[in-house]
Design a protein around this ligand. Structure first.
Ligand code: PXG
Length: 467
């Protein structure tokens, strides 16, 4: 059965972020069902899902309450829109719940179908806001290199993923990027070497000010960033970074957009990454964990400063999506948030599971392949290095992809971003399952070492490298 599905997949299905030809030759892995923190493939293998799907299945798989919420809403009202002065109970209740959970100054939400649409909405709102304020010259948005804000044209342009710009450009005009606060990649290795992490964090914040002055201080509308970069490699900025960024932005009266698509809804041990870092954003795009990924829904939480202007001075805002606030998605998201609250999921990540993962994950730092093991809440990263040289591996070896493939084969979904291995498991993972995750990660590192650096391993078996 799985072979015929693979053949049909190859024949008709273009996968996201995929080399179509290479996948066609290899064949895709078919995931058939899941429960808790485990997924099951068509070959009968069970894997610990160390990535919560794609950073989204925060409550884990198989939650019947979410299925019931969807079914009931589908029966009652499967679709209606929020255009033309109408609304429906799920959208209203979800809006109220989100504003209650968010920091006090965020009292409005605009719904979208995804994180990418949320960031398109951000760009529209930011520019509209400054025009309404009589400052249309304030139109530049500063993002960060290796930031990720989605795959629509605006999302891609706000993000700083060079390979996406190369394929999808020219980007939306008026968007530019500054250095990311990636100490291991750019402050220890890379062009700035062996720098103190806090000095590096301040230098990255100073790069924003330099960019503002280069563009003209009257022309910058907003700065957009993830609290912790997710797709870029689970990059937690040095402690000095965010306070210095906030100071620069307030000095030049620039809006702060904090993209919470990954960090929101408990990932970092608070409802929002902005709470962990004390950011008070003007705009906060959300998606993914909002519904634990059970149905697609996103949105932008809008702070009073921007909302008041759009409401009082804006007239009609010519923007919206057919599925903005879709009733079934909204009903599921609301139930998801209620379950997270009732079960104390976020507090458990902050007080128990995050610190536990941090202790267990840190034990991997002694592995010869690991240059750094870092985590925050239930997000973690391992930086792979070549033990022979103490430097990063030759890119041609694709060490991260090798380690990821080995990890999958051994029963752990661990992602690679270059030579950075990352995890972000469901927030309902238990301590025992965290132990299993760390054990499987170590085994994957051991096998990767045997493939890549036979000298450093106990039993040199270079032929072990899988096809
Ligand atoms: N902002 C952030 C911070 C994201 O991580 C988006 C916006 C876009 O959301 P949608 O729902 O439009 O995909 C994201 C999405 C990866 C990966 O490989 C990460 C995302 C999407 C796909 C792959 O880590 N994040």
């Amino acid at each position: 059965m799985s072979h015929s599905l693979q053949a049909l997949d190859r024949a008709h299905h273009l996968h996201p972020f995929t080399d179509f030809k290479a996948l066609g030759e290899e064949g895709s892995r078919i995931i058939e069902r899941a429960e808790g923190v485990y997924i099951h493939d068509a070959e009968g293998n069970r894997l610990l899902d160390g990535m919560a799907g794609l950073w989204c299945v925060n409550l884990g798989y198989g939650r019947v309450e979410l299925v019931t919420a969807a079914t009931e809403q589908m029966r009652r009202l499967p679709y209606y829109n929020n255009f033309f002065k109408t609304t429906h109970p799920p959208a209203v209740r979800l809006a109220e719940k989100l504003c209650a959970l968010a920091p006090a100054h965020l009292n409005h939400v605009f719904f979208t179908g995804s994180g990418s649409e949320a960031n398109d909405t951000v760009l529209r709102m930011v520019r509209r806001y400054w025009t309404l304020k009589g400052k249309p010259e304030k139109h530049w948005v500063i993002g960060r290199e290796n930031g990720y804000h989605g795959s629509t044209v605006a999302g891609m342009s706000l993000g700083g993923m060079a390979p996406m710009h190369d394929q999808g450009g020219p980007c939306v005009p008026g968007i530019t990027h500054v250095r990311q606060p990636y100490w291991f990649g750019e402050g220890r290795f890379g062009d700035v070497r062996d720098q103190d992490p806090e000095a590096f964090g301040r230098q990255c914040a100073a790069a924003i000010e330099e960019k503002i002055l280069e563009l003209g201080e009257e022309t910058v509308a907003a700065f957009i960033a993830e609290p912790v970069q997710g797709a870029g490699g689970a990059i937690m900025p040095p402690a000095s970074y965010w306070p210095a960024v906030k100071e620069v932005l307030s000095r030049y009266d620039i809006l702060l957009v904090v993209d919470e698509v990954i960090c929101g809804f408990g990932r970092l041990g608070e409802w929002f990454g902005s709470v962990h870092y004390d950011l008070a954003p003007d705009l906060m795009p959300i998606a993914k964990g909002l519904s634990s990924g059970y149905l697609p829904i996103g949105g932008v939480l809008v702070g009073d400063r921007v909302a008041d202007t759009l409401i009082q001075e804006g007239g009609e805002f010519f923007h919206g999506f057919t599925y903005s606030g879709h009733p079934v998605c909204a009903a599921v998201a609301l139930k998801n948030l209620e379950l997270m609250e009732a079960e104390g999921v976020v507090e458990r990540v902050r007080d128990e599971l995050g610190p536990y993962l941090a202790r267990r994950w840190a034990t991997l730092a002694d592995h010869p392949l690991v240059g750094e093991a870092r985590s925050l809440g239930l997000m973690g990263a391992l930086e792979l290095i070549d033990p022979a040289s103490g430097e990063r591996f030759d890119k041609a070896l694709a060490a991260g992809n090798l380690c990821r493939d080995i990890s999958f084969r051994r029963g752990l979904v661990m992602r690679s971003v270059g030579d950075t291995m990352i995890i972000a498991p469901p927030l309902v993972i238990t301590r025992e399952q965290i132990d299993d995750l760390v054990t499987l990660a170590r085994e994957a590192l051991d096998e990767t070492a045997r493939c890549l650096v036979p000298r450093a391993a106990d039993e040199p078996q270079p032929e072990e490298r899988p096809a």
